[in-house]
Design a protein. Structure first.
Length: 451
């Protein structure tokens, strides 16, 4: 097993790469549609509570573990305690699951880039007919995976950091412009109300509420890339003089701002054009072309926007690929290039079935979910929370708060005013919340399988 030798070239570069991992399809595509299917503002409120109670402490713990050990996710956890390597293994396994659905959506985005440039008549039925085809979505997914492979094989500061530093700021500026435009559409206020003013009639029963809570927790993990070893791996490339606590707050703040801006860019348009907020994973792909079609020069703007979505997706998916590749590189004789190629091919194979299950072969199901939905469910509702739970136990009990705080403060060099809050959350609140929500949701998923 080899220690990681690569390092981020600057603090800004690290923040952009880590925020780039967090900010992705989870913010632009998933957050608006899950808000839509989970009752709007009540979901957003629960999401924010979980960000504070679970998101911040777990993200900080992952960075601390990674920087302390300086190795890939599994070996870093094992360095803290030889029997705890499995806590990092969730990431290496889970990254396959996330990538198997993420790259399908990445492929759709590439198709939309090309289409918005060549086909002005991209009406809302286009998404259904395209995503249900068999060959084309797989082809675009392959292109998406190829791009991932090329970036990751180039290494950390050369590939991942350079790409993120340029593209993330551009995405933010662009998204703000679309948000401002959406907010001026007729009836935009209905969308803003749905997004920001809680409507408790959407939460008619305890089971409605539980499903909102479960979705919000999954979304926090997914959006912040938690429980997957991503931030352990990225933390391992950090120099000791980085202030982990302030980096954590910056990453979480950026991620949340982007999620809120995407909600405000998409949901007002959904209401303005008479789409259904509950429509599910096609929401962004149906709504935004409708917005762009009203703007003069909309084709160019649509193309540019989907290019930026692609980059946001790439800065996240490369972090997933990196979790697996860095582990393979450290534990086999494979070079980075070969490790990247082999892992990409394996993800591609899983992705084929995931893509087909969206429409071409809807019978590829597990329980009552298509394989695509199952990969989504399995990663953000099972693997990530479980990975997060073990990170809490590893940090709070096995490594110990004092050791974690030593790493976070660089042996007392940095102030860490929230130390007590961090300790309480990582030892009690976060594990208890994850365990309760996880158990109740697992039961509600498993029971129908036996009916
Ligand atoms: N956080 C990414 C997004 O919001 O799109 C997705 C993701 C990346 C999840 C990396 C998990 C992960 F480890």
């Amino acid at each position: 097993m080899k220690a990681t030798k690569e390092q981020w070239s600057s603090k800004f570069g690290f923040i952009m790469a880590a925020a780039g991992s967090a900010i992705g399809l989870g913010n632009l595509w998933k957050f608006p549609y899950i808000t839509g299917t989970s009752g709007g503002a009540v979901f957003v409120a629960v999401y924010i509570v979980f960000l504070l109670l679970l998101g911040i402490p777990i993200l900080l713990s992952e960075l601390a573990i990674g920087r302390f050990a300086g190795m890939n996710a599994i070996d870093s956890c094992a360095k803290i305690h030889p029997r705890w390597g499995f806590a990092g293994a969730f990431g290496v396994i889970g990254a396959f699951g996330v990538m198997a659905s993420y790259s399908v959506v990445g492929g759709w985005v590439i198709r939309y880039i090309i289409n918005s440039f060549t086909d002005t008549n991209m009406n809302s039925d286009y998404f259904t007919s395209f995503s249900a085809q068999s060959f084309e979505p797989i082809l675009w997914m392959a292109v998406f995976l190829l791009l991932n492979c090329l970036i990751v094989k180039s290494g950390v500061s050369n590939g991942i950091e350079k790409v993120s530093t340029v593209l993330l700021p551009l995405l933010i500026i662009f998204l703000i412009a679309i948000m401002i435009y959406s907010l001026t559409l007729p009836n935009a206020a209905d969308g803003v109300k749905f997004f920001l003013v809680p409507d408790f009639s959407a939460v008619a029963s305890l089971s409605d509420f539980m499903s909102i809570v479960f979705n919000a927790m999954g979304q926090v993990f997914f959006s912040l890339s938690l429980g997957m070893g991503t931030l352990i791996t990225y933390g391992s490339y950090l120099p000791k003089d980085n202030n982990l606590a302030s980096s954590t707050v910056t990453i979480v703040t950026l991620d949340t701002i982007i999620a809120i801006i995407s909600g405000l860019a998409i949901l007002p348009a959904v209401f303005s054009f008479g789409f259904e907020p509950t429509e599910g994973f096609g929401l962004m792909f149906r709504t935004l072309p409708a917005v762009f079609s009203r703007i003069t020069g909309g084709t160019i703007i649509a193309t540019a926007f989907f290019i930026l979505v692609l980059f946001a997706a790439l800065t996240s998916s490369i972090s997933l690929l990196e979790v697996i590749v860095s582990w393979v590189c450290s534990n086999t004789k494979l070079t980075r290039t070969w490790a990247s190629v082999i892992v990409t091919v394996l993800i591609f194979i899983a992705g084929i079935f995931s893509s087909l299950s969206v429409g071409a072969i809807p019978d590829i199901k597990i329980g009552n979910m298509s394989l695509f939905e199952f990969f989504n469910f399995f990663s953000d509702k099972i693997i990530m929370p479980l990975g997060g739970l073990f990170i809490c136990i590893l940090t709070g009990y096995v490594w110990g708060i004092d050791n974690a705080v030593k790493e976070i403060t660089n042996n007392g060099r940095f102030k860490f005013a929230a130390k007590k809050l961090f300790a309480f959350s990582i030892r009690y609140i976060a594990p208890a919340l994850i365990a309760v929500i996880f158990a109740s949701s697992l039961i509600s998923f498993i029971l129908p399988l036996f009916r």
